[in-house]
Design a protein around this ligand. Structure first.
Ligand code: FAD
Length: 320
């Protein structure tokens, strides 16, 4: 079977969920060979092997943390040259897309970004993309070079598929550009203790109906009682009530949790684009005609200031 390079997104050896989803997709089109770089790279091997990596190529060097993406591109290119894969898959994060684009230019290949599905085709992998706020889907394949494809989080299930996952050291020599852009400071975002929005199994979101930053506390209380992440509509973000990093939708993040609870959100197409693939959708809205109700599995017509605290209380009471 052809080998498929999978770029590993990890934090000090802890593999992030979108990479495990990439392994599921990679197995559909070939044998996944994972490329893990930086601090803790070798610690990723066990989890990657459990999810189908036949091989894990690792490299660690100070350049990966001291400089921006170019050292990582150098390493991914070295892996590409060592393996001659049939495709290269990269998570669709901001960094992942930059790495993928630079690699595609270097190896003279076409690139597809933000795929939401991937299947084998007669002439190479076929990627599905969602366009115009999910009104259309397109299917494309790369017709020049080795396909480089970035895939959005939550596009595939995480599947256990034990494989050898043999660890091999990747020899990397950095080019002149690698040290061109230095990281001068890193400021970790203050931890909320909540799961990452795009990876959370449950998301509780608030919209304009929340009516003020100070009222987001009731959304957070429900989220915390469920172990959920907090999302927000663009109206709430634009009003300055919640950070942009929590925005769900076309110009925010795409989420696909098991449960999405929308409170005081009307259900505009741009919001739907980021959450309509959620497995179960619940909306709380005082307007029975709100378009969000066309989409939901369970709808509550009511004032969120009554409903949300009651829901939190109920969840808490069931915890025993
Ligand atoms: P509204 O549409 O104003 O709805 C508020 C809802 O709250 C209403 O349905 C109301 O009945 C209900 N409500 C009010 N008070 C209460 C209460 N006390 N209890 C219960 N319900 C109550 N939007 C996004 O969300 N994400 C995006 O990424 C995004 N990208 C965009 C990109 C472009 C190019 C454009 C043009 C728009 C984009 N938008 C996006 C904006 C989008 O069109 C909507 O304006 C936005 O989603 C509306 O947010 P909302 O539902 O919170 O507010």
């Amino acid at each position: 079977m052809a080998e498929i390079l999978v770029y590993v997104d990890h934090v000090d050896g802890a593999v992030r969920k979108p990479t495990l989803e990439l392994l599921t997709l990679a197995r559909r089109i070939g044998d996944p060979v994972a490329v893990a770089l930086g601090n803790g790279a070798a610690d990723t091997a066990a989890v990657l092997a459990e999810h189908g990596a036949v091989k894990v190529l690792t490299a660690d060097a100070p350049e990966f943390t001291e400089y921006l993406v170019v050292p990582k591109v150098d390493a991914l290119q070295a892996a590409y040259e060592a393996v001659s894969p049939a495709a290269v898959l990269v998570p669709s994060s901001a960094e992942g897309k930059e790495i993928a684009a630079r690699l595609a230019v270097r190896i003279g290949s076409g690139i597809i970004t933000d795929a939401v599905d991937l299947e084998a085709g007669d002439e190479g992998p076929v990627a599905t993309q969602s366009a115009f706020a999910a009104s259309f889907t397109t299917k494309s394949r790369v017709s020049k070079g080795t396909p480089v494809i970035t895939v959005k989080p939550n596009s595939a299930p995480v599947e256990a598929a034990p494989a050898a996952g043999a660890v091999e050291a990747l020899a990397v020599s950095f080019g002149a550009l690698a040290t061109g852009t230095k990281v001068t400071a890193r400021t970790p975002r203050e931890s909320t203790g909540r799961p990452e929005l795009t990876e959370a199994a449950i998301v509780v979101s608030g919209g304009r109906g929340v009516n003020g930053a100070e009222n987001f506390g009731i959304i957070e209380a429900l989220a915390d009682s469920l172990g959920a992440a907090v999302g927000a509509s663009r109206a709430a973000v634009d009003a300055g009530w919640y950070p942009h990093s929590n925005q769900v939708g076309q110009t925010g993040k795409s989420v696909s949790p098991q449960l999405y609870i929308a409170s005081g959100i009307s259900g505009a197409i741009q919001h739907r684009a980021g959450m309509q693939t959620s497995k179960t959708i619940v909306a709380i809205n005082k307007d029975a005609e709100a378009p969000i109700f066309d989409l939901v599995d369970y709808g509550v017509v009511g004032d969120l200031f009554d409903v949300v605290p009651q829901l939190t209380e109920e969840v808490e009471s069931r915890k025993g």
